[in-house]
Design a protein around this ligand. Structure first.
Ligand code: KG4
Ligand code: ZN
Length: 351
């Protein structure tokens, strides 16, 4: 089964063709980073307009790269939540049109399900074994930071174990980078500079450090950095900025690594998986691997193109739905909240 996936929830227009074994036949991502960089963050109106411009060429390129025509596609999967509604609508409407024209089934995919299952994608020569169910996934992106237990590749078999109470980790990376004048998106810039800095030269306190809780918080550490910058003499010294990046990154990644290992131990699972854009962070990848190995866990870290937003993960999660015989009606709508969020909020009470 060949599934065409479409992703347009935020600032990446993506289309990909994936088979039901997770083999990626094509994965095209048109990033809007340069468009939003002057504003220091994503401007929703500009994002929607750029998706409209790019979606046709991106889908055409994904089909061509996979050596497919529309007639060779068995189903269409599209991110329909969560995300910027105007941006989601572009992908959803395009997917509906394609599915209708091709006479193929359509399924909506929760973007978070895409990230949770991205570890199953097989790219080129990559033959690392997939995780075994159940596994614990640390999903860290610009919009979400949470720990999940995943018992099967479907939303009904996913349980949230803990989450950030305020900012997502990626949001904190982006805001700290902005405060330090490093531009947008901040994660990759901090990752690069942290390698040159000395974390021990800048003291930051660790948020929500209590053991036994899987809740997290990242807004306090972001505010600590903002205070340090306000007190520092302008222009900021490059060496000091690198030290701040190193300290911030160490504080955040050490906490995330500890929480995901605690989650795996308390759930008694053997496999730990990373997903989301912040899973591209070199220190987080290293720390989770080391902390997991020390406790006898198997840590699976997807390659970078599977961590950041892409349509291949949407196609794969959609293929799982299609294989179960699930179909969405034409009233498929784009919504900003996620079913996973609704489920867990209800279970945990109001936050
Ligand atoms: O998953 P993603 O591509 O989009 C969302 O669904 O949010 O994640 C984007 C986030 C941004 O906050 C970006 O700064 C962060 O991932 N990011 C990183 C790195 N690469 C991307 N954060 C830390 N280190 C990185 N190397
Ligand atoms: Zn994402």
């Amino acid at each position: 089964m060949h599934v065409l996936g479409i992703e347009s929830s935020c600032d990446e227009t993506g289309a990909a063709v994936v088979d039901d074994a997770g083999r990626v036949l094509s994965d095209v991502v048109q990033s809007q980073v340069a468009l939003h960089a002057p504003y220091g963050g994503v401007v929703p109106e500009l994002a929607s307009r750029d998706h409209l411009r790019n979606i046709g060429p991106v889908v055409r390129a994904a089909l061509a790269e996979a050596g497919c025509t529309l007639a060779g596609i068995d189903g269409v999967a599209v991110t329909h939540r969560p995300g910027l509604v105007g941006a989601l609508l572009v992908g959803v409407q395009f997917a509906k049109g394609l599915a209708w024209a091709a006479g193929r089934p359509l399924v909506g995919v929760d973007h978070l399900m895409g990230h949770l299952l991205s570890v199953f994608l097989r790219r080129g020569a990559d033959d690392s074994p997939p995780p075994r169910f159940p596994f614990v996934c640390l999903l860290v992106s610009g919009g979400h930071t949470a720990l999940y237990r995943v018992d099967a590749p479907e939303a009904a078999a996913v349980r949230e174990l803990g989450a950030t109470r305020d900012d997502a980790a990626g949001e904190a990376f982006d805001k700290v980078a902005k405060t330090l004048g490093l531009g947008y998106p901040g994660g990759p810039a901090i990752d690069r500079l942290a390698a040159k800095g000395d974390a021990s030269r800048v003291k930051l306190s660790t948020p929500m450090a209590a053991r036994g809780s899987l809740e997290m918080s990242f807004s306090g550490v972001k505010t600590q950095v903002a205070r340090l910058v306000a007190q520092a003499a302008a222009p900021l010294d490059d060496g000091w900025v690198a030290d701040v990046c190193a300290s911030f990154q160490t504080t955040v990644t050490a906490l995330l690594a500890r929480k995901v290992v605690e989650a795996a131990m308390s759930e008694r699972v053997e496999d730990v998986v990373l997903g989301g854009g912040v899973a591209a962070n070199s220190e987080l990848r290293r720390r989770v691997r080391e902390a997991g190995a020390a406790r006898g866990l198997r840590v699976l870290v997807p390659p970078l193109p599977s961590c950041t937003d892409n349509a291949a993960m949407i196609a794969y999660a959609g293929a799982a739905r299609l294989a179960r015989g699930e179909r969405d009606a034409w009233d498929l709508v784009a919504t900003s909240r996620t079913a996973l969020e609704r489920k867990t909020r209800k279970g945990r009470g109001a936050r």
